[in-house]
Design a protein around this ligand. Sequence first.
Ligand SMILES: [Zn+2]
Length: 378
Amino acid sequence: MIRALSILFLFASALPGRCAGAMAGKGPQIRVAIARNSASLNLKTSSRLYVQEVKSGQKYLLLEDSSYEVRPSGRDISVAGQLLSSPVRLLASEGQDHIRLGKNLYKGDILLKISAEGRLDIVEYLSLEEYLYGVLPLEMSADWPLEALKAQAVASRTYALRYINPSRDYDVTSGAERQVYGGTVKIGPRIIEAVNTTRGEVLKYKGKLINTYFHACCGGHTASAKSAWGDAVIKPLYGVADPFCKPSRHARWEYYISSSELLRFIQAQGSTALKIKSVRIYKKDRSGRAVSLRIGTDKGTKTVLANDMRKRFGTFEFRSTYITGISRVKGGYEVSGRGWGHGVGMCQEGAKYMALKGRPYKRILRYYYPGASITDYD
Ligand SMILES: [Zn+2]
């Protein structure tokens, strides 16, 4: 229930000027878009929380143990019915560590802003190192071996640093299109140790930060960034043979595609075919992944990109383009393959098994990003 007097106007000078982001640690800061274009937001406070209008500097106090509705109202932001000028900043009160938004807890400063579409953008400001505490448990798992988590911390730190761009409203999003980030959840002692013991370490090649891609499981050979996205060829992202992830449950997969689904897919790409007759791999890259497939139909052949097929049928089901077999079955085709993900950079399952064999994180990183140096970011 919202308390009638839960928002109090206060003079800015009467309040502590706490800034959680600044207290979170030295080094680079990062701005994470934790939600974009939201219609509304449920803000629960388990401790006292300040809402500050950035332009006027005026602060309002939200009392603890309450729930508030936050929503856009024209170019203003309505907090429990009170109109505040956009943008506003949420600040945890002195001595408090977290701000709860929806299901998640956040440690940094939170900025709420009206987006170009008239909805709410929510951006967290925090130190890069604290951001990594929230990335590692979701990109790997808090119970994975420490050396694998350390390798992930260095890869994730490097990856994030490449996206820091002050000319934009935020640096990274919190979803899978960048690195998955969920606020301060599942942060066990091993996660903290992995981030802290590699503090500031990044991967560089010829003096520049590497675009340290990573993926769940390569299935036996990592892919080149050039083959996956047409990126320039550099040695650390050229692809390596990987015997380590072989025991992983993600090393092999099978996926059934019905002929009618396949027909709809090629029709959407301009084919006038009415019947599928055959499916085969047309072109492979150096790692063995399919680049394109050739589909035989009643109207001749149609060549499709393996990446387009994967996107169309779902990256959780059609797990990779590392296709090892296509067989005709009743009503469609059974596709079998290896690995999960785009296959570029570090194989997370391989990193786990290397760590279980006692390999230190620097060896893991040098294996997956050959020629890279591990160095401090400044
Ligand atoms: Zn692998």
